[in-house]
Structure formats: structure tokens, C-alpha cells
Design a protein around this ligand. Structure first.
Ligand code: ATP
Ligand code: MG
Length: 251
């Protein structure tokens, strides 16, 4: 179920434009995401998918337009930015765990430092999250002792520990060996079913079909097409989407 309790989408990008020097990397992006909605972003390499995610939590600034989270405009800097950023969880292709901290410490660090939880409360919550992603037995190990799939599930738990309003996933399974992809996707499907609002950059069409409310197709810095997954994968309208799908489907 997706909803707009106060008439506002949870995430709204309006007229967003971004340049890297001469490169117009995001062009007139309008995108609204409701609470509980799962949006899959798909498109060729260099089309701006990662940049789009990074602007949503202000890892990248924008030159034009506006981004709001829960009705609040993203501030440029300072305390407010830290607060808004912690409302947005992010999981990257590379797991980015702290190598010299245990799995449990990886998950408790943010809540203790930013959310000001006591160590005991943070650990209690971290253990619940590690159980949810299926890595409880690894709590006292270090990241290098875990498989890629396990590390990525810890990265998801770590992001969830901050109690974000929305989770961004940028190709979370593309660095994983094939046999580990499903264990990560299953966790993500579970999150979607529990009502988490999610933006997921992925070419995993099985995930899109199982969990997405909407597929957004980007090309050349623009949103070229949006549709529900079934419609998008079986009857894409634009030539660019048809061409892209024919390439990924034959591989
Ligand atoms: N920090 C940066 N400085 C300059 N150019 C950049 C920077 N980050 C990305 N770009 C360029 O912006 C464009 C969009 O990049 P982006 O990483 O958002 O694409 P993408 O759709 O995520 O691609 P991929 O599927 O390969 O991950 C590309 O042409 C890229 O080379
Ligand atoms: Mg990318």
C-alpha cells in the first residue's frame, strides 16, 4: 500500500538539473515517490541513475530545481542536513562496511553517534536487524570474514538501524556472485512487503516484477519512461527502452 497522509509524496524531485562541468547529467527530473512505494530505476550505463540517488541524500548538490523529503526541502549544510540525511538510508554496490569494526559495531555506530542511543539499546536493535537479514551468527566477526552476500545484508541492516524514511539502493547485487544475489534480493523484497519506501537502481527484473510499484527508465540524464513493471517489461513505449531491454534480455 502506498500513501500520502498529508497530501505530500515522501520524496519529491521537481525540475532537478545537475551538471558535472559541461555534462548535463540530470535534466529536468520530476519524480514523486509516495510512502511505501518501491521505485526501480533502470537505464544504460552513464544515464545518471547513481547521480540521481546521490542527489536524493545530498551526497551531490544540484544546480537547479528542488528536492524535498517528507515535505522538507533538502538543506545545503549543517545539522539539518545531517538529520535529513539520516532519514535517507543508502546501500551501494560496494558494501562499504567499516573493516576494523565488528558486524555488530558496524550496525550500532550510527545509532549511538547520530541518534544518541545508549550502547545497550543500539545493540538490542542491531541484533534484531541482524536477525531480520539473517546474519545473527556473524555479529562478532569482521566484514572480511563474511561472504559478499552477508556483507551486503549487514549494509542493509546498518542503514535500517538509523530508522530511515526511505532507502536508496544503488545496484546492491551487481558486485555479488550469482549464488548470493537472491539472498540479498529476498531481504529487499521483505523490506518492500513491510512497507519501506525504496528507490532501487537494479537490472534485476525478477526483483522489479516481485516488488516494484513502478519502473523508471532513464537515458541521457532524463526520465524517458515510467510504468508499472509488467507494462514496462512487456510493452515498453519508447524506442530507447525497447533497445535497452533487448540488450539486457539477451544477456
Ligand atoms: N563526480 C563526477 N564527476 C564528473 N562526471 C561524473 C561524476 N559522477 C558521474 N559522472 C558522469 O555522469 C554521468 C552519469 O553517471 P552515473 O554514475 O550517474 O550513471 P549511472 O546511470 O549510474 O551509470 P552506471 O550504470 O554505469 O552505474 C556519466 O557520464 C558519468 O561519467
Ligand atoms: Mg551507477
Amino acid at each position: 500500500m502506498t500513501s500520502r497522509p498529508n497530501g505530500e509524496p515522501l520524496v519529491r524531485l521537481s525540475g532537478v538539473n545537475k551538471w558535472f562541468g559541461e555534462l548535463h547529467v540530470l535534466q529536468d527530473i520530476d519524480l514523486s515517490i509516495d510512502r511505501g512505494e518501491v521505485v526501480v530505476v533502470i537505464g544504460p550505463s552513464g544515464s545518471g541513475k547513481s547521480t540521481l540517488c546521490r542527489t536524493i541524500n545530498r551526497l551531490e548538490g544540484i544546480e537547479k530545481g528542488e528536492i524535498t523529503i517528507d515535505g522538507q526541502r533538502l538543506p545545503e549544510e549543517g545539522k539539518e542536513l545531517a538529520k535529513l540525511r539520516s532519514d535517507v538510508g543508502m546501500v551501494f554496490q560496494s558494501f562499504n562496511l567499516f573493516a576494523h569494526k565488528t558486524i555488530l559495531e558496524n550496525v550500532t555506530l550510527g545509532p549511538i553517534k547520530v541518534r544518541k542511543l545508549s550502547k545497550a539499546d543500539a545493540e538490542k536493535r542491531a541484533r534484531e536487524l541482524l536477525e531480520r537479514v539473517g546474519v545473527t551468527a556473524q555479529a562478532d566477526k569482521y566484514p572480511a570474514q563474511l561472504s559478499g552476500g552477508q556483507q551486503q545484508r549487514v549494509a542493509i541492516a546498518r542503514a535500517l538501524a538509523m530508522e530511515p524514511k526511505v532507502m536508496l539502493f544503488d545496484e546492491p547485487t551487481s558486485a555479488l556472485d550469482p549464488e548470493m544475489i537472491n539472498e540479498v534480493l529476498d531481504v529487499m523484497v521483505g523490506l518492500a512487503k513491510d512497507g519501506m519506501t525504496m528507490v532501487v537502481v537494479t537490472h534485476e527484473m525478477g526483483f522489479a516484477r516481485r516488488a516494484a510499484n513502478r519502473v523508471v527508465f532513464m537515458d541521457g540524464g532524463r526520465i524517458v519512461e515510467e510504468a508499472d513493471p509488467e507494462t514496462f517489461f512487456t510493452a515498453p513505449r519508447s524506442d530507447r527502452a525497447k533497445d535497452f531491454l533487448s540488450k539486457i534480455l539477451t544477456h
